[in-house]
Write a protein that binds this ligand. Structure first.
Ligand code: ARG
Length: 355
């Protein structure tokens, strides 16, 4: 009887050899089984790790950007030992992925298991503070910001303060490292036609790097494996800056643009949303930072589905996440349905260690 780990290893190795058209999967399996027998676990080759990470992206049901799954740059940081090593690897990820604005989808894979834990939700995110009943910054960061403060970090209490990297190794207490300023690209928002829009003082960072999910490949778990793509405009313009439980800026946008808010049925919210989202796309493009609009992303997703079909593979998906938050019915995805089964390799949610 094979152990569960051996079975999961087998499933992954077979898929890897088959999809990459390599012979001798059995030889590799025999070696893995022997290694599991001797040590209780096994080590992925660099090629297996690389392909496994790409499959995890391909299997991410909530991601509309999966057309580019084969193009992810995989950084093997499994040999990382010290806190300074982790810090340097995170800095390297940031600068490599940012690539002066021409964003490269990138993942950095830290040692297997739970030895390294990253406590940030994303490597770059803005702090959130509550001050005499008012919220400054990103409300989504309130709890994590308080936690950073408890570690000794102090923010400037502005709307767009960069939180530090927070991570821990083994049983050691977490440490925080402020992110070197020159590594963080941000875009100040301006509107293509309304000059005074920039007085709203809105901005967003260039690269979304999810840092709190577990990567699973062939039964092995990598708790620290931060990964990024580039933004779809609506993530910033229709959610981060617009949700009433996030930056909640639609009223200010409307007022700045002279959109009359006196009755709901004027659809002032919708109008403000469109203008804010035009500003996001325009500003990123002006700054030379990769970004995709939701119509283009939805078309790319259709191409992804076609490619997968051609390979006789089924595409799983989570419809509620795949549809964009603006004009969803204008995309083909809205009129399709998906099976939301979880294939592996994949990325899994984990409780953040500070909770
Ligand atoms: N929605 C998240 C945010 O606005 C980012 C999630 C990942 N997005 C991406 N385009 N890869 O920060």
């Amino acid at each position: 009887m094979e152990t569960e780990l051996a079975q999961q290893a087998r499933a992954f190795i077979m898929q890897f050899y088959e999809e990459t058209e390599q012979p001798n999967a059995e030889t590799r399996m025999t070696a893995i089984l022997a290694e599991i027998n001797d040590t209780g676990t096994y080590t992925l080759t660099k090629e297996e790790l690389t392909y496994g990470a790409k499959l995890a992206w391909r299997n991410s049901n909530r991601c509309i950007g999966r057309l580019f799954w084969e193009r992810m740059h995989v950084i093997d940081a499994r040999e990382t030992k010290t806190e300074d090593d982790v810090f340097m690897a995170l800095c390297h990820h940031l600068s490599y992925a940012t690539n002066e604005g021409k964003i490269i989808p990138t993942i950095t894979v830290f040692p297997e298991g739970e030895r390294v834990r990253i406590w940030n939700h994303q490597l770059i995110r803005y702090a959130g503070y509550e001050k005499n009943g008012r919220i400054i910054g990103d409300p989504a960061s309130l709890e994590f910001t308080r936690y950073c403060q408890s570690l000794g970090w102090a923010g400037a209490e502005g709307d767009f303060d960069l939180l530090p990297f927070v991570f821990s190794i083994d049983e050691n207490s977490p440490v925080f490292y402020p992110i070197p300023d020159d590594l963080v690209k941000e875009v100040e928002l301006e509107h293509p036609t309304v000059e005074s829009f920039k007085e709203l003082d809105l901005r967003w960072y260039a690269v979304p790097i999810i840092a709190d999910m577990r990567l699973e490949i062939g039964g092995l778990s990598f708790y620290a494996a931060p990964f990024n793509g580039w933004y779809m405009g609506t993530e910033i313009g229709a959610r981060n800056l617009a949700d009433d439980f996030r930056y909640n800026r639609l009223e200010q946008v409307a007022d700045r643009l002279g959109i009359n808010r006196s009755k709901e049925s004027s659809l002032w919210r919708d109008e403000a949303l469109v203008e804010l989202n035009r500003a996001v796309l325009h500003s990123f493009q002006q700054a030379g930072v990769s970004i995709v609009d939701h119509h283009t992303a939805a078309k790319q997703f259709q191409q992804f589905m076609k490619n997968e079909e051609k390979q006789n593979r089924s595409v799983t998906g989570d419809w509620t996440w795949l549809i964009p938050p603006m004009s969803p019915a204008q995309t083909k995805i809205f009129h399709q349905s998906f099976h939301d089964e979880m294939k592996t390799p994949n990325f899994f949610y984990e409780d953040s260690p500070y909770k």
